[in-house]
Ligand binder design. Structure first.
Ligand SMILES: [Zn+2]
Length: 445
């Protein structure tokens, strides 16, 4: 049996002086220092915070097929260094896209010796693959993603109404959730681009109503098929009213947003800098305030990275063209620090942080009875960190495969000291190799 203690352990909704006992990767008891059993290996973390391991349900790892963009080894090491103990991989930008059992197996075959954290998998819904969904459900995939607009990669075409009408009854029958990239362009003509480096012009090219129209349509389909839907990376706060109304009508709808929508805003994004390009785009500071409000009142359920890297060549930084550059923001390793820094400025609480980054994301992927809380019977997944210490985000500290990020040179609060996955220290800032001698993550199916 092992024991870990601190004066600030997050238990039952608050930080407490406590000792967590665990054995074989499972939390067995929560006690005080005088109650630690003899012969128990005890680590006292002093005043460092001990919190449940973070669960990031929106990560593009891109392996196999685009492993030059990111890969399981680098992504899960970056995750571990950021206090994340579980990532859920998106079904696209890898090749093949995870839209068949064969493609899922191709991905599973890449995992050996590369899983530094636990990894789950979203399947994909694309035109023509309704016949593959039950086989993927049988393999243990419980969540599927569809795009309502061009995804940017040919292997993952957008789903039209017909495709969703075929897929949603199958998912509903199996209590699986459909994740949707909710942007829908109903306009009949596209304005010519005047200045392809202008962030304002890029922002106006993907307006709020694209998200509002898509969410309105997916709510209609969710009602029709009684299928649970989840809006990924919500950027427009204008859609919050629709989500509220749908919930009042018992539609099963949840939503997530991301650090970039919550910490960056279009008022300060420089022109021609494609590191800030993502879709839907980052909007203005008023919209950002409303997104925080949405989190506060529960209309947005949680926060995930949408870590979506590519090679530096595809970001075409030197061209300053926001149309031709690949869209996607890399932030996997820094989500905790980015959100914690913002939470302090905005006066939110520790328990909101844990709800938004551990408890609620666990629910989306049906892990809420084993992960996301420090509680007896739960897996011993912890992030141990110093909320008062700051760090500078700079290339030499970034463990993502590529170091390009919109957050370069940002100073953020919150430094991860150790990350523990099912009882094993998988990341330790204080030892020179930093990582456990071998990866101990598991695939979650
Ligand atoms: Zn994404």
């Amino acid at each position: 049996m092992k024991a870990i203690s601190s004066s600030r352990v997050f238990i039952e909704g608050m930080l407490k002086d406590a000792v967590v006992l665990y054995e074989n990767g499972i939390i067995t008891d929560i006690v005080t220092k005088t109650q630690i059993p003899p012969n128990c290996e005890h680590q006292d973390m002093d005043e460092l915070v001990i919190m449940p391991g973070i669960i990031d349900t929106h990560v593009h790892i891109n392996e196999p097929g685009r492993t030059d963009w990111e890969g399981f080894n680098s992504a899960t090491q970056a995750a571990a260094a950021g206090g994340i103990t579980t990532v859920i991989d998106m079904p696209l930008n890898c090749i093949p896209a995870t839209t068949t059992v064969a493609a899922l197996n191709a991905k599973l075959n890449c995992l050996k010796d590369q899983m530094w954290v636990d990894i789950g998998f979203h399947g994909g819904v694309i035109p023509g693959n309704a016949g593959d969904l039950e086989a993927m459900l049988d393999q243990g995939v419980r969540t599927f993603k569809a795009f309502m607009i061009d995804s940017g990669v040919a292997e993952f075409p957008a789903s039209d109404t017909k495709t969703l009408d075929q897929a949603m009854p199958i998912l509903a029958k199996h209590n699986a959730t459909l994740l949707v990239h909710a942007e829908l362009d109903l306009s009949t003509h596209t304005a010519a681009v005047k200045d392809n480096s202008s962030y304002q012009e890029f922002l106006l090219s993907r307006p709020d109503n694209w998200e509002v129209d898509a969410i309105s349509e997916i709510i209609r389909l969710a009602k029709k098929h009684d299928c649970a839907v989840h809006i990924v990376h919500l950027s427009s706060s204008q859609a919050l009213d629709l989500i509220q109304q749908a919930r009042q009508q018992q539609v099963k709808i949840t939503a997530e947003t991301c650090p970039h929508y919550l910490t960056l805003n279009s008022n300060t994004i420089p022109d021609g800098d494609s590191r800030f390009k993502c879709c839907p785009p980052i909007r203005d500071s008023r919209n950002q305030d409303a997104l925080w409000q949405g989190l506060e009142n529960g209309l947005i359920d949680f926060i995930v990275s949408d870590h979506s890297p590519c090679t530096p060549a595809l970001k075409r930084l030197e061209e300053h063209n926001l149309w031709t550059a690949w869209g996607g923001i890399s932030s996997l390793q820094f989500g905790l620090s980015l959100i914690w820094t913002a939470i302090q400025k905005r006066g939110y609480s520790f328990s909101q942080l844990v709800s938004w980054m551990c408890e609620k994301p666990a629910k989306l992927v049906n892990l809420q009875s084993v992960k996301g809380k420090i509680q007896i019977g739960y897996q011993a997944d912890f992030v141990i960190w110093n909320p008062e210490q700051s760090q500078l985000i700079e290339a030499k500290n970034i463990l993502h495969k590529h170091k390009l990020t919109a957050y370069e040179n940002h100073r953020v609060y919150g430094v991860v000291d150790k990350t523990i996955l099912r009882g094993e220290v998988i990341f330790n800032r204080n030892n020179n190799t930093n990582f456990h001698h071998a990866p101990t993550g598991k695939s979650l199916l």
